[in-house]
Design a protein around this ligand. Sequence first.
Ligand SMILES: [Zn+2]
Length: 328
Amino acid sequence: MSNFYLNRRALLGLALTSALPVGSVWAAGQPLPVVASFSILQDLTRQVGGELVSVSALVGPDGDAHVFEPTPQQARQLQQAKVLVSNGLDFEGWLPRLKKAAGFKGQEIVASQGIAVRALPKGHDHGHDHGADKAGHDLDHDHDHGHGHNHGPNDPHAWQDVKNAIVYVRNIAKGLATADPANAAQYDKQATQYIARLTALDASLRQRFAAVPAARRTVVSTHDAFGYFAQAYGLRFVPVRGLSTESEPSARDMAALVKQVREARIGAIFLENISDPRLLEQLSRETGAAIGGRLYSDALSPATGPAATYIDMVETNATTLLKALQPG
Ligand SMILES: [Zn+2]
């Protein structure tokens, strides 16, 4: 599987480019050059910045930020950017090294700053007995490796709660205004308009999920990315052991998953756009739990897909979940 860190070729590319004049290619009247770490932040920044910004994403649509290798071209892009928008909460484990290699000296916006951070569930806290010590140990190890290990103790997927996305947008507006003070009023205005749409979306989600009967609120998905969503909208996403975006479970892991899904009486299993669907398809076959559809966790869809913007992503996820969870 891919290397978690900046590879040798990328570093070589940087060594070559760092001999070039570092430079401010941004001239007044030109869009502010911004780099966002992944597609969701790219959209939020575009919503706030509009035509005043030109935003590229390091990890694009359907991309998995957990196993990302920056290219030399992306390092150069960051070198020339005036603003970097990151999630923080150790989501982008590769970013500190990339920033250093690129010699990034612009304004950094850590979008999650100020949100109420959710702790990741620990590998040992699942409350399911997996029998043999060895099996249990291996499953825990895989779980930690997939998320906990890369992410640290905090759940980074804070954007899945729309109220947190509003905090992200405020942070982004503030950071853009600092980097480009001449347009501060416009950033503020565009952020306010966008926040009004997010506020309406959040209210609509609360109302629609409140109507789901309590007994039908438990679902499974590939990696534990919906903790904030579950907390905000009253669902229960079972943290499935042994599944991550990086590793494939063994037959033994799979047997434990089948047991877990049966015991928890899970009504529907959801695929994610960044993960291999085959595992959950197998799990569905073996447990009889229906595949409820595809959820967008850590990345938007391409422009032609159903989740090309943050708002479309949340709407699409909500519609997919509600369709599977409503009785009859
Ligand atoms: Zn994730």
